[in-house]
Ligand binder design. Structure first.
Ligand code: GSH
Length: 210
């Protein structure tokens, strides 16, 4: 199977990290969503990444749906999320907040680099959404005493939040102040220190309007 997308995308990175942690071999095709849009469109008409193309040619899209498939392959004991119940619901919510944070940080970077005149209403809305989510995640995480969000083992929630924080910090340094969000900063540092996070990483290269 091959994974399309560059590792500066928090969504591609979360999937690649999960593939590695699950010990699943994959090829990496670091195509750009803009520069390689036509190649990408042959597998995903949305021209978005991550896109995971299976050995039978089937293309999976949306990081959450891709991880759902990987979880099914490894089975409930190894899956990095609870199979059901309250813990699964809570983990999915943390993942959704982390992925929403990344979505808004991506929208804001597109607004900043692709538009000649930024729309103030949209910029302010994205900024408010980003800081609102950071506040809530910080509150939630500071109430947790285990090394990772749901215990001793890393899970999809930790990976998503860490990938979103790295992206937000690189794309919008003014919006992520580690002093203001110490519990999140500590979680991100713990994750980023792992070999898999150090292997699967790429400094942000935003698209340009040129
Ligand atoms: N909800 C999607 C978000 C994926 C996403 O926003 N990917 C960005 C790159 S970080 C992308 O493909 N952008 C191009 C576009 O949306 O046109 C997921 O979880 O996979």
């Amino acid at each position: 199977m091959f994974l399309i997308g560059q590792y500066d995308s928090p969504f591609v990175r979360r999937v690649a990290i999960a593939l590695r942690l699950y010990g699943m071999p994959f090829e990496h095709r670091p195509w750009s969503t803009f520069g390689d849009a036509d190649k990408l469109a042959a597998f995903n008409p949305l021209r978005r990444v991550p896109t995971l193309v299976l050995d039978n040619g089937e293309a999976l899209i949306e990081s959450t749906a891709i991880l759902d498939y990987l979880d099914e392959l490894v089975g409930p004991d190894k899956a990095m999320i609870a199979a059901d119940g309250t813990e699964r619901r809570r983990a999915l919510k943390i993942c959704a907040l982390g992925s929403g944070l990344a979505d808004k940080a991506v929208s804001l970077i597109y607004e900043r680099v692709l538009r000649k005149d930024q729309l103030k209403l949209w910029v302010e809305r994205c900024e408010a959404q980003i800081s609102g989510v950071l506040e809530v995640l910080e509150q939630e995480r500071s109430a947790v005493t285990t090394p990772y969000w749901f215990g001793e083992r890393i899970g999809h929630a930790d990976i998503m939040v860490a990938c979103a924080l790295r992206f937000t910090g690189e794309a919008h340094p003014a919006l992520f102040d580690a002093v203001r969000y110490p519990a999140l900063a500590a979680l991100a540092a713990r994750c980023e220190a792992l070999p898999v996070f150090q292997e699967i990483v790429q400094p942000l290269a935003p698209p340009s309007s040129d």
